[in-house]
Write a protein that binds this ligand. Structure first.
Ligand SMILES: [Zn+2]
Ligand SMILES: [Zn+2]
Ligand SMILES: [Zn+2]
Length: 367
């Protein structure tokens, strides 16, 4: 994540802020410029960009910002869509008349915007089903209880045909923590869910039907094994005893698709956190020369050009600091994962797919 400042008073601001904490000006993230904009109302719903001051640009606030207060992104004035790039991907939102639902929805949108930010920065295709009915991406945020019928239905979080469904109960910290313990997961967050499910979406988009699937099978296994059976077996028997030698998480061992989605999510955890550290100017200079050291170079700031090996070189020392800092706060390790060689090879493949997705890859012959 980039480091953002108020364009008016230069105060450091977070990606989630909608007003500057120092001068009070209205802020909105400008996805078309990958900047936080400081805005001034012109008239009606038109806002002028006070800074960065390069062009006289006008914006509208996303409708979910101005009306619902669950978004802080903007829409360029000449864009007819009332919703920002992130909110326009929504297909179903929860019933807001139920207590606590608006707060849960806001938490979902906050995590989703971080996902969309990363996808845009990685130059991945982010289009909705209105523009691309077949390949576009959409989000359904659903609750277990259908308010119309009062019937309890179980809504699994997952991905199908470009639609990512998130059960809004996952936005409830107590529910999510209970599930994390029940599933023996060291890490379960809303952002993690979004990144994982996006991994499934991009498998369909970037791997299925291309020759990349052959490399995929060498690294992750054959995805044509029965998905339902494999998942059932995982939930009944758990992961194999030695899963840590080949998988990033126990759940990754359930099926090659889950392994890919977990690896994809980790790639986003790693690159996003690394970008934050780099752009905050973090460096590590231990007293002992044989300890993890980190001296970012100017070139690192454009980390989109870093090779996979360079990313790893910077990531390992950073995890030491991250975990030590969270331990110091009495929290769990921020990154409680070990990356053995087979996992690194999977992450390298994710990296190569993301970097090279635009290059034409021949479609495989029918199997
Ligand atoms: Zn300010
Ligand atoms: Zn929005
Ligand atoms: Zn999954």
């Amino acid at each position: 994540m980039k480091v953002f400042h108020c364009g008016r008073c230069d105060q450091l601001v977070f990606f989630e802020n909608s007003a500057c904490t120092s001068c009070g000006r209205t802020l909105a993230y400008l996805p078309d410029r990958n900047e936080m904009g400081t805005l001034e109302l012109v008239e009606g719903d038109q806002w002028r960009l006070l800074a960065p001051q390069t062009r006289a640009l006008t914006y509208r606030l996303c409708l979910n910002y101005s009306r619902e207060n669950v978004c802080n992104w903007s829409v360029a004035s000449d864009d007819p869509n009332p919703y920002c790039l992130s909110c326009r991907l929504n297909r179903v939102i929860p019933n807001l008349s139920r207590p606590g639902t608006r707060e849960a929805w806001a938490r979902l949108e906050t995590a989703k915007r971080r996902l969309i930010y990363s996808l845009l920065c990685l130059a991945l295709p982010v289009s909705g089903k209105v523009d691309e009915p077949q390949h576009g991406l959409a989000f359904d945020f659903l609750a277990d209880l259908d308010p119309g019928t009062s019937e309890v239905t179980f809504i699994p979080t997952g991905h199908l045909n470009g639609v990512i469904t998130i059960n809004i109960a996952e936005a409830d910290d107590a529910v999510r923590e209970a599930r994390r313990l029940q599933m023996h997961e060291p890490y379960r967050t809303l952002l993690g869910h979004f990144r994982h499910e996006a991994g499934h979406y991009f498998w369909e988009r970037l791997i299925r039907g291309t020759v990349r699937v052959y490399v995929f099978r060498q690294l992750f296994g054959d995805e044509r094994q029965d998905y339902g059976q494999r998942l059932h077996r995982h939930h009944q028997q758990g992961a194999p005893a030695d899963w840590e030698r080949s998988f990033i998480s126990a759940y990754a061992s359930a099926h090659p698709w889950e392994d890919w989605a977990e690896s994809w999510a980790h790639y986003l955890h790693i690159t996003d956190t690394l970008e934050t550290a780099l752009l905050c100017g973090l460096s590590l200079q231990p007293r002992r020369s044989n300890e993890p050291e980190w001296k970012p170079e100017i070139a690192d700031v454009g980390q989109r050009d870093l090779s996979f090996d360079q990313i790893l070189e910077r990531w390992f020392p950073l995890t030491y600091v991250l975990n030590n800092l969270t331990r110091g706060m009495g929290l769990q390790d921020a990154y409680p994962f070990v990356l053995p060689p087979p996992v690194l090879n999977k992450l390298r493949f994710v990296h190569e797919v993301i970097r090279g997705w635009e290059s034409s890859v021949p479609h495989r012959r029918n199997e």
